[in-house]
Design a protein around this ligand. Structure first.
Ligand code: MF3
Ligand code: CO
Ligand code: CO
Length: 341
């Protein structure tokens, strides 16, 4: 007798992994032909399981742009960065000459940024729109006496960047509601006391699949490996080397098109901080320097597409991307993370 999946499992009354042939007896033991018995039910359940699994990956439901709400106002008493009206950053806010005072300002702005990120992150749940998150971030910046740095920076229309699933960075908050299983990066920058503080984090929405959880975890580790490489006297390229190494071990891809950056009275200034090893990044780290480390890590390939909104950067293969960012200070013997609440 030929041993088939059917004959092995027919007596067990348990649905077999391989379904019986259409005219073979049903696995349930009823004696009916499979096609007349459990086939329809098996097929709909298998399909439902498949759809549920795919719905958790961005491939079947690419992120689409929603409606961007009207521009939010900043009260007149809030000091603004140089680009707030024109959209064009110039030489930045007048530089604080006293290094002690300057560092105090950086500390305050960075702490405020971290608080706003934490507070906005707490509002994440299935059903909330990224525009609602933008409102929370906007109000929280103003409540601290600060200006939400993204607003009109090179024309960016909102106060927060929200990057969902396959969006790598610079997503524009809009009417899209977050879905159970999405991941979303919130990138908060505040201009307070004449300087900027910049940080971001990636959050899961509702229940996240295991692959996405791992992507988030590894990305946070990559940022922290970069921070651990900060040391006065060493070249900036040490940071990218550490990040790249950790990312490679995990089997993910460092996104190279955007780097970390110097930050102070100017939102984006020197040095450029690549998140991969680049020997041209030979600026030597010096005590008192402030810059960001903000690796974007792709689950799949590095190729990206730019949306026609002029801002949103997404993976070409539709696979997910995560990011974590801190603003850090180079100290006499290492590093201090400034963007902690
Ligand atoms: N905060 C982002 C960064 O980490 C920059 C956003 S620029 C914006 O550098 F215009 F999109 F807000
Ligand atoms: Co940022
Ligand atoms: Co940044």
């Amino acid at each position: 007798m030929t041993v088939t999946a059917t004959s092995l499992t027919a007596a067990s009354n348990v649905r077999p992994l391989i379904p019986p042939a259409n005219n073979a007896p049903c696995w349930c033991g009823s004696g009916e032909k499979y096609k007349k018995c459990h086939r329809a039910q098996d097929e709909s359940e298998a399909q439902a399981a498949q759809v549920a699994k795919l719905a958790k990956t961005s491939k079947v439901t690419p992120v689409k742009a929603g409606i961007v709400s009207p521009r939010r106002e900043v009260p007149a008493h809030i000091p603004r960065p140089d680009y707030a009206a024109s959209g064009y950053p110039g030489n930045g806010y007048p530089r604080e000459k006293d290094p002690v005072k300057r560092l105090e300002k950086m500390r305050r702005a960075c702490k405020a940024a971290a608080e706003v990120l934490e507070l906005t992150g707490r509002a994440i749940r299935p059903g909330v729109t990224t525009d609602e998150l933008d409102q929370i971030c906007h109000d929280a910046c103003i409540a601290r006496g600060g200006y939400p740095s993204p607003l009109n920076y090179r024309g960016f229309p909102k106060s927060l960047c929200t990057s969902v699933n396959e969006v790598i960075c610079h997503g524009i908050p809009d009417s899209r509601a977050l879905l159970d299983g999405d991941l979303v990066n919130l990138d908060v920058t505040i201009f307070l006391d004449g300087v900027h503080g910049d940080c971001n984090a990636t959050f899961g929405v509702g229940e996240l699949d295991e692959d996405s959880k791992r992507l988030i975890q590894v990305t946070r580790e990559c940022r922290d490996a970069g921070i651990a490489a900060v040391r006065p006297g060493r070249p900036i390229s040490d940071i990218g080397r550490a990040i790249e190494q950790h990312c490679k071990k995990a089997g993910f891809t460092v996104f190279r098109a955007y780097c970390g950056h110097g930050i102070n009275e100017i939102f984006h200034t020197t040095p450029e901080v690549p998140h991969y090893f680049d020997r041209r990044a030979n600026t030597v780290m010096r005590e008192g320097m402030t810059f960001t480390i903000e690796p974007m890590i792709n689950a799949g390939g590095e190729d990206h597409i730019d949306w026609d909104d002029d801002w949103t950067v997404a993976t070409k293969d539709g696979r997910r991307s995560a990011q974590f960012e801190h603003t850090v200070l180079v100290t006499a013997n290492g590093v201090e993370v400034l963007t902690l609440p």
